[in-house]
Design a protein around this ligand. Structure first.
Ligand SMILES: [Zn+2]
Length: 343
C-alpha cells in the first residue's frame, strides 16, 4: 500500500453529459481537472470505472426515482430549472456513481491509500427521490455505502463544495456510521445546511454543518478546519475519508461569493490527509462543483499535491472578521455537543 500514488477514476463517458445551452456544468470542467492532475506532477494509477449496480444505487436512492431515471436514457430533458439530461447523461451518471463505488471499495481493501474520482455529472445535491442542482445520482453517497458494504465501519464525508450537500445529508441523516461534515456559503442555494441540522435518531450529532457568510477566505476556512472539521473527524475515527470536493468556493468562481485560493484548497485537503493518516484510513477526493476553469485546474493541482504531501504549514497572519468569527463560534458550540475535541 503506497501513499506516493493516487488511484484515479476517470472515464470518457463523463464527457458525454453536455448541455446544448451555455450551462456552467460542462465537459470542459473535466479537461481542466485533468490538466490540474497532470500539472501536479504526482504519480497516478488509473482505476477503471464501472457501472454502479442497481443494488448499489438503491443504497442511496429510492427504486421509483431510479426507474424514472432509467426511462430517460436516450432522452433530453430538464429535471429542475438547473438540471439537464441529454441522451447519454444517465449512462454517464451510472458510470460516475459506479466509479466512486469502485474507488471506495479498492481503498477499503487497501489497494491504495489515496484516491481521486474526476466524475461528472456531480452528485451531492441528488436526493434519495430526485435529481437536483446539476446532480442526477449521489456519487459520494453510493461510494460511502459501498465502503460500508466492503467492511468499513465508519465513513467520514467532508463536503467543502460552496453549496450545502443537501442530498448527502438527507441520505445519511439518521445514520451513525457516516459522519457528514459540510462547509458552505450560507444563506445560499440549496438553502439547507443550517447549524441546527445535526441529524435524527441514532444519527444525531453525525451531521455537522458549518455555514459561513459570503466572503470567507483561506483564513476563515483554515480556522473552521482547525477548530471544527478536523477535531470532529478525529473523534469519529473514520476507516475511510471521502471528500465532496467542489472548488466553487474559489475566489473567482462565477456561481458563489467565497474567496478561497488554490493554496487554501490544498490546505483543506492536506489537513484531512493528516486526519486520515492519524486514523490509519485511506482518503479520496470526489469532484463536485467548480466553475471557473482556470481556478478548477489550479485547485485540483493543489489538491492532488496535498493528497500526496499532506498539510503544508502556511503563514498565520490575517485576522478573522467578527461576523465569520461569530459563525465559527456557533458551529463549534453545536458540534462540541457530540465531538469533545471541538473547541
Ligand atoms: Zn457547488
Amino acid at each position: 500500500m503506497s501513499s506516493s500514488e493516487i488511484l484515479l477514476v476517470d472515464d470518457a463517458l463523463f464527457e458525454t453529459h453536455a448541455s446544448r445551452s451555455n450551462h456552467p456544468e460542462r465537459p470542459a470542467r473535466l479537461d481542466a481537472a485533468r490538466v490540474g492532475v497532470a500539472r501536479a506532477g504526482v504519480r497516478v494509477r488509473p482505476l477503471p470505472a464501472r457501472d454502479a449496480t442497481r443494488l448499489e444505487l438503491e443504497a442511496a436512492h429510492l427504486p421509483g426515482y431510479l426507474d424514472s431515471l432509467e426511462r430517460l436514457r436516450g432522452e433530453s430533458a430538464m429535471l429542475d430549472p438547473d438540471t439537464y439530461v441529454v441522451p447519454r447523461s444517465v449512462e454517464a451518471a451510472v458510470r460516475a456513481a459506479g466509479g466512486v463505488a469502485e474507488l471506495a471499495t479498492a481503498l477499503v481493501r487497501r489497494e491504495a491509500k489515496r484516491g481521486m474520482a474526476l466524475v461528472r455529472p456531480p452528485g451531492h445535491h441528488a436526493e434519495p427521490d430526485r435529481a437536483m442542482g446539476f446532480c442526477l445520482l449521489n456519487n459520494i453517497a453510493v461510494g460511502a455505502r459501498a465502503a460500508l458494504a466492503a467492511g468499513a465501519k465508519r465513513v467520514a464525508i467532508v463536503d467543502f463544495d460552496v453549496h450545502h450537500g443537501n442530498g448527502t445529508q438527507s441520505i445519511f441523516y439518521g445514520d451513525a456510521e457516516v459522519l457528514f461534515v459540510s462547509l458552505h456559503q450560507w444563506p445560499f442555494y440549496p438553502w439547507t445546511g443550517a447549524v441546527t441540522e445535526t441529524g435524527r435518531g441514532a444519527g444525531v450529532g453525525f451531521t455537522v454543518n458549518v455555514p459561513l457568510g459570503a466572503g470567507a477566505d483561506d483564513v476563515v476556512y483554515r480556522e473552521a478546519m482547525r477548530r471544527i472539521v478536523r477535531p470532529a473527524v478525529r473523534d469519529f475515527r473514520p476507516e475511510i475519508v471521502l471528500m465532496s470536493a467542489g472548488f466553487d468556493a474559489f475566489v473567482n468562481d462565477p456561481l458563489a461569493s467565497m474567496m478561497v485560493t488554490d493554496a487554501g484548497f490544498g490546505g483543506i485537503v492536506g489537513g484531512l490527509v493528516e486526519e486520515a493518516e492519524h486514523a490509519g484510513a485511506p482518503i479520496a477526493l470526489v469532484l463536485e462543483g467548480g466553475y471557473d476553469l482556470r481556478g478548477l485546474e489550479a485547485c485540483v493541482a493543489a489538491s492532488a499535491r496535498a493528497l500526496i504531501d499532506g498539510a503544508i504549514a502556511g503563514p498565520v497572519l490575517a485576522k478573522i472578521d467578527p461576523a465569520h468569527r461569530a459563525e465559527l463560534q456557533t458551529a463549534a458550540s453545536s458540534a462540541a455537543r457530540t465531538w469533545r475535541s471541538v473547541g
